[in-house]
Design a protein around this ligand. Structure first.
Ligand code: PXG
Length: 459
């Protein structure tokens, strides 16, 4: 807790009345919450006035950076004109339609049809229902199983958490719901053994084929995966993985769902993760970078085939949210996309920043505490290990990562820790000087962590 009385009051109110997501709320109430007050570009300021380089873009989402007035202005304009109307009663609003058309233009392949939601979790709820409906209206109601991956993350609602493969989430609330199965994910660092990454990528993809054959292709509706597995620790699959998954899905007529909630809108340096890895999904949930986190909005993009069946044979879609296609959110998303396109933010991130960031990230990889420095465009991770020569983690996962995260904060740097991986996902507008700032702060945090734990290298 702080000594500043105004801040102390806020922290007490927070401790008393606010349950935080993904937190041990009792421990947090004792410690006191950090309150953020302002953001500009790649930096945020907390209530103590500490300036922090946000190398995590909020929660993987502030792609255009903080403080873009254009987005607030777009929201205000739309609120003044028409603050709300729905898309239910044979109605809609102009920004909603324009956003659907814009997304159809941007999305890879024939992902031409948008259904709007408020978040990535809701998008995945929508998907689970629509995928089952898609097969049911084609007289194949038994084709209702969705396969996801252990340690995958698809959100926190009942369907999202069920599709995801986080054991800790499944333990709360009796998940997964029926007819969702999980296979092992591709994570070469821990699971690749002596295989080279490309051979391992094929092996990991073929787990999907084994599972489809085990369940029977007539039972399997779809496969869902994040192009890069974000929340679990930025697990970047080998290049061979996704094309092989795509081949398998086509061979057994299983719909392929690429969860682009993190990868979408430039995170990898391409607009979508599918373009980075060279594959094409049938269905794509998006959120986060769609509005750069300035306002809640998500969507599901369906391809021509799926949307065609839903439209021609699906009857009335008994599904929708009060705020599906909210005009203010749509106006902000459109403005965000305008900035990304007209200012060439994604282009510049790929051409200028990604190579420099990769170079500096690799230098961090030379730190004795780092077993692997992986990166794809503007998303990466440092895997902290007891012994750099061995691809094995610490005996008590999470302790060292949490310490390193806290020390990074003291250095003025926000990095997320998942277990002992330090995650990177900065605003796409990060400049070279800020990449240097990131490197220096991260290196100091790694040094201090190594000393604090008596790491062999710090002796
Ligand atoms: N899919 C993916 C791939 C995500 O990363 C969601 C769906 C759900 O989106 P919403 O908007 O409902 O949160 C996500 C969200 C973390 C963390 O700790 C990651 C997410 C959310 C919260 C925490 O890294 N990703």
């Amino acid at each position: 807790m702080t000594t500043d009385p105004a801040l102390a009051t806020l922290q007490q109110l927070d401790a008393r009345h606010h349950l935080h997501p993904f937190n041990d709320n009792a421990a947090l109430a004792r410690k006191g919450t950090r309150i953020l007050v302002r953001g500009e570009g790649c930096h945020v300021w907390d209530a103590h006035g500490q300036r922090l380089l946000d190398a995590f873009a909020g929660l993987w989402c502030v792609n255009v950076g903080y403080g873009r007035r254009e987005l607030g202005e777009a929201a205000a304009r739309q609120m003044d004109t028409l603050a709300y109307y729905n898309s239910f009663f044979a109605c809609t609003t102009e920004p909603t339609v324009r956003l659907a058309a814009k997304l159809a233009e941007l999305a890879p392949g024939d992902l031409n049809h948008a259904f709007f939601t408020n978040s990535g979790s809701e998008a995945n709820d929508t998907i689970l229902r629509m995928v089952r409906h898609f097969w049911a209206v084609q007289d194949r109601p038994q084709k209702n199983i969705v396969i996801g991956r252990r340690n995958g993350y698809h959100g926190s609602t009942v369907a999202g958490a069920s599709l995801g493969g986080m054991a800790v989430m499944h333990r709360q609330g009796g998940l997964p719901i029926p007819d969702i199965h999980h296979i092992d994910p591709p994570f070469w660092f821990a699971d690749g053994g002596d295989l080279d990454p490309d051979a391992y990528g094929l092996l990991a993809a073929r787990r999907l084929e084994q599972k489809i054959l085990e369940l029977g292709p007539e039972r399997v509706a779809a496969f869902i995966g994040e192009p890069i597995m974000g929340a679990i620790g930025v697990w970047i699959p080998p290049r061979t993985y996704w094309p092989e998954v795509e081949r398998i899905c086509r061979a057994y007529d299983v719909l392929l769902i690429a969860d682009e909630v993190i990868c979408g809108f430039g995170r990898t340096g391409e607009w979508f993760g599918q373009q980075y890895f060279g594959f094409q999904a049938d269905i794509m949930p998006i959120a986060k970078g769609l509005s750069s986190g300035y306002i809640p909005i998500g969507a599901v993009m369906f391809n021509d085939r799926v949307a065609g069946v839903l439209k021609e044979r699906g009857g009335e879609l008994a599904h929708g949210y009060t705020y599906s296609g909210h005009p203010v959110c749509a106006a902000v998303a459109l403005e965000n996309i305008r900035l990304l396109q007209e200012e060439g933010i994604v282009e510049r991130a790929r051409r200028e920043i990604a190579p420099y960031l990769a170079e500096r990230w690799a230098q961090l990889g030379e730190h004795p505490l780092v077993g692997e420095a992986r990166i794809a465009g503007l998303v990466g991770a440092l895997e902290l290990v007891p012994d750099k020569r061995v691809r094995r983690g610490f005996p008590e996962p999470g302790k060292v990562g949490t310490l390193c995260r806290d020390l990074a904060l003291e250095e003025g740097l926000i990095l997320r820790a998942t277990y002992d991986a330090m995650l990177l996902s900065p605003p796409l507008v990060i400049g070279r000087a800020e990449v240097d700032e990131l490197f220096e702060k991260a290196w100091r945090a790694l040094d201090r962590t190594a000393r604090a734990i008596g790491h062999a290298s710090a002796a």
